[in-house]
Design a protein around this ligand. Structure first.
Ligand code: NDP
Length: 405
């Protein structure tokens, strides 16, 4: 019997709970907690109707460690899966340590008052998790998550040494709104407006943010989605991959943005709507980006009319048995199919499915250990098999195209 406590009932939480309910042999007892209990109840009701599985629901403020500890002690799960926001990572890790429970998340910690994310805060928990004999697995969504697993797979099976990795994330979908973000607007906009970094020859190289006219971008021909302009972006999985992929000389992350998205975001930034500091309006203190979030469509509701594909993968250049070659490992995910299955768009789906598979790896004892792990440090094989079985099939092909030097 494996009891899981999922924290966060947004777009990703909805997918995770439904995918867990599809595997009652592993997830025998599902508990869901979030700030707004009615959102948990709605998911639980849908799950009961779809799969006949009971989900227990709770309200919790995941910024509050004692409240979390009380909940974890009452539920006594084997694993806490955090799909709330990156702001809550440390409090949930603290609560897991205190209650003696394993931990997993999909995004690295970010303080509310600084648009900056990095693993150092969570890696600092290494000794505490080790001493307690507990396991914390970080970044088990798609990117980070599956992209790291693709790298672990390439390192284990395809190459003796990998020289360069290019991670390419394409959303070629159309949700029908003039402007919307595919996951939490606050987190998404903080991510894409920052200075860009990639790693080359042992150091981080800074380049202009995607809203700057001098930013770096190129057209890439994605499988099934076609040619899309792809922008160099900083993304968190690069930080752990440079540590764990042996001999790596360069790693870059590219994400597609439409001209429409860039134009909207430029205007919002220029008028101050993406600011994360407090401003006073009519005697009330507001944070413009949080106010903007309240105006934008809830990403969890975008799925209704979403069409098109999301294509995410990694291109490797390296050597095996003295031969140099490039391989591309990728997944294509269809927004409308995701909606039919779990009433979610592909970005929530591609995050929620790997989170469920990662939880399955831990609960089945396939991923074990004491300490804090990034997913590329764990064995990729069973996880890769489960991706094929659970709705995210992947391909490995030779890559003969061109990438910017
Ligand atoms: P949503 O905003 O849709 O959902 C977040 C959920 O967390 C909401 O239910 C929210 O509650 C809840 N929450 C927020 N603050 C608290 C709190 N203090 N206490 C308890 N619950 C809280 O986000 P998404 O579902 O789109 O994203 C979830 C996570 O997945 C994020 O961390 C995001 O960065 C990550 N992600 C990872 C990706 C990957 O590939 N690795 C890709 C996409 C997302 P309420 O409804 O009350 O606000």
């Amino acid at each position: 019997m494996s009891k899981i406590l999922i924290i966060g009932a947004g777009g990703v939480g909805n997918v995770v709970v439904k995918k867990c309910a599809q595997h009652p042999d592993v997830f025998t007892d599902i508990h869901l907690a979030s700030r707004t209990k009615s959102k948990c109840d709605q998911i639980a009701e849908e799950v009961k109707g779809l799969y006949g599985v009971k989900v227990s629901t709770y309200a919790v403020d995941a910024d509050n460690v004692p409240e979390l500890v009380q909940l974890i002690n009452a539920v006594k799960p084997a694993l806490v899966l955090n799909v709330a926001l990156p702001y809550q990572d440390l409090t949930i890790m603290d609560a897991c340590l205190e209650a003696g429970v394993n931990y997993m998340d999909t995004a690295n910690y970010e303080p509310k008052d600084t648009a900056h994310f990095e693993y150092s805060w969570q890696w600092a928990y290494q000794d505490r998790f080790k001493e307690k004999g507990l396991m914390a697995v970080l970044g088990c969504g798609f990117d980070p998550g599956v992209t790291n697993i693709f790298c672990a797979y390439a390192q284990k099976h395809l190459y003796d040494s990998i020289e360069t990795i290019d991670i390419l994330d394409c959303n070629a979908g159309d949700h029908g709104h003039p402007f919307a973000t595919n996951f939490n607007p606050e987190i998404n906009i903080r991510e894409v407006t920052q200075v860009v970094r990639h790693w080359k020859n042992g150091q981080w190289v800074e380049t202009p943010a995607i809203l700057d006219d001098k930013c770096i971008h190129f057209p890439f021909d994605y499988p099934e989605a076609g040619v899309k302009e792809s922008y160099l972006l900083y993304h968190e999985e690069m930080e752990s991959l440079v540590k764990h992929i042996k001999g790596l000389k360069q790693i870059r992350f590219w994400m597609t943005f439409s001209q429409n998205y860039i134009t909207h975001l430029k205007v919002l930034e220029n008028v101050g709507m993406t600011r994360i500091d407090e401003v006073e309006y009519n005697g009330v203190k507001i944070i413009p980006l949080q106010f903007l979030k309240a105006l934008l469509p809830d990403p969890g509701t975008l799925g209704t009319n979403y069409t098109g594909k999301a294509v995410i993968g990694c291109i490797f250049d390296g050597e095996k048995d003295g031969k140099r070659f490039k391989k591309y490992i990728y997944n294509v995910c269809d927004h409308a199919e995701c909606y039919r299955e779990v009433q979610a768009q592909a970005v929530s789906y591609t995050t929620g499915v790997p989170a469920m598979i990662g939880a399955m790896m831990m609960l089945k004892g396939i991923w074990t250990g004491a300490g804090v792990y990034n997913v590329e440090q764990l064995d990729p094989d069973v996880f890769m098999d489960e991706l094929n079985k659970c709705g995210l099939p992947w391909q490995v092909v030779d890559f003969n195209g061109e990438l910017p030097v």
